[in-house]
Ligand binder design. Sequence first.
Ligand SMILES: [Zn+2]
Length: 158
Amino acid sequence: MDPRGVDPLERALHSARALVLADLIAGDVARAEVVSLVEESVSHRRWWVEQWPEGAAYVAGLVAQDVQDALMERYGRWPLCPVCSEAEGVEAESHALDVEPELGPDPHWVCGKAGVVIAAVGSLGGGRRAVGGTDTDPAGPEHGRGGRDASGEPGGAS
Ligand SMILES: [Zn+2]
């Protein structure tokens, strides 16, 4: 319908994907098979949002929940609540954060137990900034970017 620029639905899907991936990376669970769960959800939501374009703003929250559910079935809880897992002696049972609103714009991760908003979806890593690191990045899709390979990394001798 609108030949100019990027289709807003595509843009919403693209940003939903990026946000959820950012959170997966923050939680250090962005393995290839987990990333494909995101892809699965995004393609499902593409269909969904085509049926209901007004829902475009909700896509990020929905993808986050889809991925959360899929992870729960296959790998376990994600993302774990950082507040409760740090609280005294609560080894008992770490729990996952909830997305709120479940169906609405501007979704956030909240701790349902303490009733605290932890971070916007896509900002779970925000408070910590890139964990000092050389390691991490198990299956980084970074590879296809071809930007930073010129002659960095002087220490690769092995
Ligand atoms: Zn909690």
